[in-house]
Design a protein around this ligand. Structure first.
Ligand SMILES: C[S@@+](CC[C@H](N)C(=O)[O-])C[C@H]1O[C@@H](n2cnc3c(N)ncnc32)[C@H](O)[C@@H]1O
Length: 216
């Protein structure tokens, strides 16, 4: 049977297994650093989070943010996220990250964790334009994502003509999914945002990168 390629379906089916990636022992030091970075970055902000998944980072950010509207396309992950306890004011909504239609200026900060890596290189600028449209100049935007570490990440199975990389991931039920997962360098990310962003800050940990910038 060939591998399935639908990202939305893959994460719906993975919902109950998803948070195991946050239990990997070798990543605990980085995750502790990220928790601090997330809480500093979003302190007192009204945050729009896209592709929030099971709410792992929502719960972290809720400790310091003024409010969070956390969104994802999959009910399966939102159900898990909604069942958690949060320190602050949180609302969850089922929203497609490619079809964002919140009133402008509803938020002072935007967050997407483990999302950039799932966008095709040719798609990122278009995504950013429509994401940024929701915020006023000076708003904070943050992305967090994985760095490729052999032995900790699933190996790359294929690279397409545009340079996008794909992994073959197996779910508990044995189904195999081909998942787009890019591991961009700092230089590549900076090139994408340079004309759109000020105060760019890039933090490179062993397993993750964390990017923040202010909208021009
Ligand atoms: C790698 S997970 C990240 C979850 C969470 N942000 C985290 O870091 O733990 C990617 C998430 O993107 C969601 N997703 C996939 N396609 C989406 C879309 N078009 N719009 C919104 N969310 C989407 C999936 O349901 C999944 O929860």
């Amino acid at each position: 049977m060939s591998a399935k390629t639908d990202l939305v379906d893959y994460y719906a089916k993975r919902a109950n297994e998803y948070e195991r990636i946050y239990q990997k022992p070798e990543r605990q030091k980085d995750l502790a650093s990220l928790r601090k970075l997330f809480q500093q970055t979003f302190a007192r902000h009204s945050v729009l989070e896209i592709a929030c998944g099971t709410g792992y980072w929502t719960q972290v950010v809720a400790e310091t943010a003024k409010s969070i509207t956390a969104t994802d396309i999959n009910d399966e992950v939102l159900q898990i996220a909604r069942a958690k306890n949060y320190a602050g004011s949180i609302s969850f909504q089922r929203v497609d990250a490619f079809n964002l239609s919140f009133p402008k200026n509803s938020f002072t900060a935007g967050l997407a964790a483990a999302w950039w890596s799932h966008l095709r290189k040719a798609q990122i600028r278009d995504f950013l334009f429509q994401f940024h449209r929701l915020f006023s100049p000076g708003s904070i935007i943050a992305f967090m994502d994985n760095r490729f570490v052999p032995g900790s990440n699933t190996p790359i199975a294929r690279t397409d003509a545009e340079g996008n990389t794909y992994q073959l991931r197996k779910l508990e039920n044995g189904d195999e999914h081909e998942v787009l997962k890019n591991f961009p360098s700092e230089k590549e990310v900076r090139e994408v945002i340079t004309d759109l962003a000020g105060e760019i800050s890039w933090t490179e940990l062993q397993y993750y990168w964390f990017l923040t910038y202010r909208l021009k």
